[in-house]
Design a protein around this ligand. Structure first.
Ligand code: GZL
Length: 341
């Protein structure tokens, strides 16, 4: 059997002694350069490093996975040490993670609260420990003052408004005089669910053509989107003119159920979605979705810059909303480039 080019190969053995000492020198050189070149927290040599504790909701959607990737990449870019915990869709896991961050005495805590209520106690503990907290993506509701420093995330109410405004334009362009709408909402009591619902309802409130037949909780999850659509079709059948879905995962779960009924999504039923991930944009280009409102998951740059400012004792903005756009069948869809999530 042919030997590999390993250490026992005759050619290799002859030079082994010289190779060993060269390898030792190389390792020593690498070790020294790593220590000397090590960058700290704010990316400056010698500055105190910063340890950021981040509690992520879970892995429920392409959006969430994209958000996690971006947080990790930006922590690397900014030289921020990241303690990252995935809560697997459970608030109690997020609370436990925040308590671990406090015990570990991280410099800053950041988290995306899965729902708006139930954070006062643990955030009071962080405040008493003198650890500033950044809200990422979603908000909390509290009567307490000063529990958090900054909210970095989308304007979900505006996303809902843009979805409703698109539908009004679509009804006008098709000359429709009545539209029965079903809404598949995100996680109950979450900021995106509450505000996307409110923004959409306000946008269509004065348009008598629009009727919301039912809103049903799809929890931002694909399989629930499928179940919700199946149930709505059983109840309303081809009375449904519009599906307004709070995220792409649920939309992509719903489409096959529409097709199973012999209906053509994007034609027989107007489909409106939110997030703007690659899968949904591809389906938009196929004509099976009519409108996708963008909700960027790329919040990591702002999170790291804010954390570094907080560590340095600098003031930070109370709210940072990223710019977002609408992708729809009103535009030249070939202009939409790769989405990255
Ligand atoms: C929105 C984010 C939502 C996404 C969903 O910022 O909180 O959660 O729209 C994700 O895809 O599950």
């Amino acid at each position: 059997m042919k030997k590999s080019q390993g250490e026992d190969h005759p050619k290799f053995r002859k030079n082994n002694g010289i190779f060993r000492s060269f390898r030792a020198i190389l390792c020593l050189f690498l070790a020294v350069s790593l220590i000397a070149g090590c960058q700290n927290g704010a990316g400056q040599k010698g500055e105190p490093s910063i340890l950021l504790g981040f509690s992520q909701i879970g892995s429920e959607s392409a959006w969430r996975l994209g958000n996690t990737r971006d947080i990790e990449e930006q922590a690397e870019n900014y030289g921020v040490s990241l303690m990252f915990e995935n809560a697997n869709q459970k608030q109690e896991n997020q609370i436990a993670a925040i308590r671990r961050f406090i015990a570990y005495q991280v410099d800053v805590i950041a988290f995306s609260p899965i729902v708006e209520d139930g954070w006062d106690n643990v955030l009071l503990e962080a405040k008493e420990a003198g650890i500033p907290v950044i809200l990422v993506d979603r908000d909390i509701s509290t009567e307490q003052e000063g529990l958090t420093t900054c909210l970095i995330g989308a304007d979900f109410y505006k996303e809902g408004l843009m979805a409703g405004e698109y539908l009004i334009r679509k009804a006008d362009s098709l000359g429709l005089d009545h539209l029965n709408i079903v809404e598949i909402t995100g996680t109950d009591n979450s900021t995106p669910m509450r505000q996307r619902q409110a923004g959409f309802a306000d946008a269509i409130a004065n348009d008598e053509r629009m009727v919301i037949l039912e809103s049903i909780d799809g929890d931002f999850i694909k399989s629930r989107g499928e179940e919700c659509m199946r149930s709505l079709l059983e109840k309303y059948g081809d009375e449904i003119d519009v599906v307004y879905s709070h995220n792409d995962e649920m939309t992509l779960g719903a489409l096959p159920e529409i097709e199973k009924k012999g209906l053509i999504p994007g034609k027989d039923i107007i489909i409106i979605s939110i997030d703007g991930g690659q899968d949904a944009i591809d389906v938009l280009k196929e004509g099976k979705i009519n409108c996708v409102v963008e909700c960027t998951p790329k919040l990591g740059k702002e999170v790291m810059e804010t954390a570094i400012k907080l560590k340095a004792g600098e003031k930070v903005e109370g709210i940072i909303h990223p710019e977002e756009q609408v992708f729809s069948d009103e535009m030249n869809l070939s202009e939409i480039g790769p989405r990255g999530y």
